[in-house]
Design a protein around this ligand. Sequence first.
Ligand code: ATP
Ligand code: MG
Length: 575
Amino acid sequence: MKLSKMHLRTLREVPSEAEIPSHVLLLRAGMIKKIVSGVYGFMPLGYRSLRKIEGIIREEMDRAGGQEINMSAIQPAELWQESGRWYAYGPELWRLKDRSGRDFCLGPTHEEIFTDIVRNEVSSYRQLPLNLYQIQHKYRDEARPRFGLMRSREFIMKDAYTFDKSYEDLDKSYDTMYGAYERIFNRCGLTYRAVEADTGAIGGSNSHEFTALSEVGESEVAYCEKCNMAATSERAECLDAPAEDCEMLALEEVLTPGTKTIEDVANFLGLPQSRTMKALLFVTYNQEGKEDGYVAAFLRGDRELNKTKLVNALGIPEHALEFADEEKMGAETGCVGGFTGPMGLRNCKIAVDSELLGIKNLCTGACKLDHHVKNVNYGRDYEADIVADLKMLKEGDPCPVCKNPVKYARGIEVGQIFKLGTKYSESMGACYKDENMEEHHIVMGCYGIGVTRTLAAIVEQHHDGDGILWPVSVAPYHAIITIVSSGEPAQESLAEEVYDELVAAGVEALLDDRSERAGVKFKDADLLGIPVRITVGKKAGEGIVEYKLRRSPANEEVDRAEAVRRAIEFVNKEK
Ligand code: ATP
Ligand code: MG
């Protein structure tokens, strides 16, 4: 392709809305276009890279036994009502009505649609196992669309669903898909970790997230360097502090004026924060979106609440729990902002972190302005409606498996896989008959990859101050031939010959024949990140060109044939 003919507009300036390198560079390289907040279109070069990622995914999905289909983005509400997710999915679900008032949504994911197909078309064990997938647009009305393709409202996902006869067969399907995901992300040039994950709104029992390591990622991963523990921060189990075997002291109410935070109380009373207990106050919402109760969650003062664990313990979706208005909640439950303890609370669920059962003589709020109580003990002084691990595992905490201090890394969730079990086949009635004509629920798994997010993650891991450094496997083109002085016949003809030879050998090449200054062309070549660069300049008459890889600084003068040979060899090795 000749750049003079290509629809390409690169930007010198950093677009003001872009905060992270992948967003800046994809916009500056003219690869994506913002349509409206959280909605992007793909321009020629960006679309080529996107199709290459899709190609890798297709190859590996097909190799893993998947069959590609393509379902609609529009989905009828009835299916979501059947699965219970019309409510559970919450405000991210993009709902719409047709002209006669019937409810629909734009699919954020497709468990319902795929389960519906299979319940209607599969009836016998002979038709199982089955692995169906698609690559298409998904819609989520994200609260905070940001970072370009990372968190958008319209994005491309590969979603696959497996249907098996038994849990043992599901384990096999899951392992096959896990292996396919490893190959996909390796081939995309990503450095990633596969970590245990929470199942969230998708549901099911067991899940892994594939997280591309990056400082700008929104996912946090806890991992242990000694054993193989690796989990998302939401999922990571946090060990309880060892139970204490000391005497329970008598309760003592103390005056603690103005000490609204744990830090204030601990300082005021000269206690470590780990000898205090803090309250977090929430309101819950029912299916109609109306307030339907209050929750007070208690943790050791120096711990942080893990909201995912709390909603899981309460058995409600994440969007049904919000921080309460303390005054309003106080009138009904007796809590007092900054001075709430479990004693004296009424009309509210008490959720207690499991380690509080073993720690003795803690100081907590007295449910009375400017007062705390010392020596509070679980069992003797208060009880709970829910006891569970509600705390966030933090960097340096003991690993839940081997007790070695855990480490934390940030990353971008590029894929997630789930063992769904019979969650959807039960709610939607998807069954098969076995050899004895006995009926069973089909056992399901589901497997997503954020295709557009993967594109952004690749740029996040492969760039420098001048632009993108595409891995060959997903580069929009493999090589770019730059004519230093367009209009010079010797340079133009040599460049065209080199271009023709590369194309004939299957190298995807760009020819920068634009009548721009050489400096502009080099800057664009750096920005676009094409892996191999061949520059045809003053020595064209002698058949000498410059050969350079985008990812290394070395720039060598070589014979034209040598440049072509090296380019072909490099591309074939890396693609
Ligand atoms: P997140 O936690 O980032 O919101 P999720 O866990 O809700 O993602 P899944 O339902 O697991 O996402 O969807 C499968 C994949 O789709 C994710 O692993 C991610 O790569 C991608 N994805 C999800 N939401 C978005 C989005 N808003 N924009 C781009 N890609 C997304
Ligand atoms: Mg996910």
